[in-house]
Ligand binder design. Structure first.
Ligand code: AQP
Length: 326
């Protein structure tokens, strides 16, 4: 039987953090053995945040190295840069023509980011390009963090609409969420999700040096109490740190609560920092070594783009026929 298909990506829009890792990249690595996988560097989406061109180029290569350092294997997965498969943009445009404006305007990410960057058409149309990124590979599942579920719902709605207007073409892919940590919260504001664009004190980057990790965990916001207890409503900060601890150690939250009963925040935070230093050091070392050979990274991405293009072109042939372009 043919393997099911999984598709997803990460934007090269800044330091990749433990939220991106736990919500997305860790799942990518787990899925590459079971599924036929397409994972990419979402560079066209990163343009919606007006990046410095030189920095963007660097972040694209850095993300490629990080994907590999986290355990993605180009022999098992198709790894590529979104803009190297131009069919994504063509399908994105076609999907724009069946997307109600109101649907785009009500997206939470658009509303949040429009406040920061002003109302740019690219920000508004982000979800239709994302729908194209996904549907062009006709996947069964899309591993994402919880923040992307709304966009995935729109993707499913667009697949349905296209199918009913032009005949059955796309599958409706399901979001694949991690049950334990679908949403990692910001260290400096645990009421909002951890985010690259929220500034370095908000997140632990996968490439942070040990002392930076220790300092960030030490200064992470906690509530005024002293009990190490999971209670996201009343103790958002400590609950977030417990979730992170549990995700990286594999220990349940209940057993961590027991382990730290009667101990203070300082001891808990110091143990968490050492855990993160230890778990991330392997990724960081591998990342630094991979970056020494950028040519070889680009080669992997080129091979990936060629292989992704074949699948994407096949879908586009069918789409062009269905809508009357050919
Ligand atoms: N805080 C989070 N918790 C769990 N998962 C998260 N993801 C992002 N933040 C968290 C997941 O990471 C994947 C890649 O995200 P992205 O780079 O495409 O963009 P994003 O969701 O907008 O991530 P950021 O970090 O907030 O970036 P900026 O600040 O540039 O917008 C997605 O699967 C996402 O769910």
């Amino acid at each position: 039987m043919a393997k099911e298909i999984a598709v997803s990506g990460v934007q090269p829009s800044g330091d990749i953090h433990i939220g991106n890792y736990l919500g997305a990249i860790k799942q990518f690595v787990e899925l590459q053995d079971k599924y036929k996988t397409f994972f990419f560097i979402v560079d066209l989406h990163a343009l919606t945040e007006s990046p410095d061109p030189k920095k963007l180029r660097e972040q694209i290569i850095n993300l490629a190295a990080l994907y590999l350092a986290c355990g993605l294997d180009p022999k098992k997965t198709t790894l590529f840069i979104q803009s190297h498969v131009p069919a994504h943009v063509e399908l994105g445009w076609i999907l724009n023509t069946i997307t109600p404006l109101g649907e785009l305007q009500r997206m939470t990410q658009f509303k949040d980011k429009a406040e920061k960057h002003g109302v740019l058409a690219g920000l508004l149309n982000y979800p239709t390009l994302m729908a194209a990124d996904i549907l062009i590979y006709n996947p069964d599942v899309v591993p994402v963090g919880e923040d992307q579920v709304q966009h995935l719902e729109l993707t499913r709605a667009l697949a349905r609409k296209f199918n009913s207007q032009y005949g059955n073409t796309f599958r409706e892919p399901k979001a694949l969420l991690r049950k334990d940590v679908a949403r990692v919260m910001g260290l400096d504001d645990p009421t909002k999700k951890m985010s690259k664009s929220a500034g370095p004190n908000n997140y632990i980057a996968l490439t942070d040096e040990p002392d930076v990790i220790r300092k960030k965990i030490k200064t992470a916001v906690t509530d005024s109490g002293s009990e190490i207890k999971y209670d996201p409503q009343n103790k958002a900060g400590i609950s977030n740190l417990l979730s992170i601890y549990s995700a990286f150690s594999g220990e349940s939250i209940a057993s961590l609560e027991k382990k730290y009963a009667g101990k203070n925040y300082g001891i808990f935070k110091s143990d968490l920092a050492e855990l993160l230093v230890q778990k991330l050091s392997h990724i960081h070392e591998k990342y630094k070594s991979l970056l020494k050979n950028k040519k070889s990274l680009m080669k992997i991405l080129d091979v990936g783009a060629k292989s992704a293009s074949k699948v994407a072109e096949k879908t586009m042939e069918e789409v062009r026929k269905k809508i009357g372009l050919i």
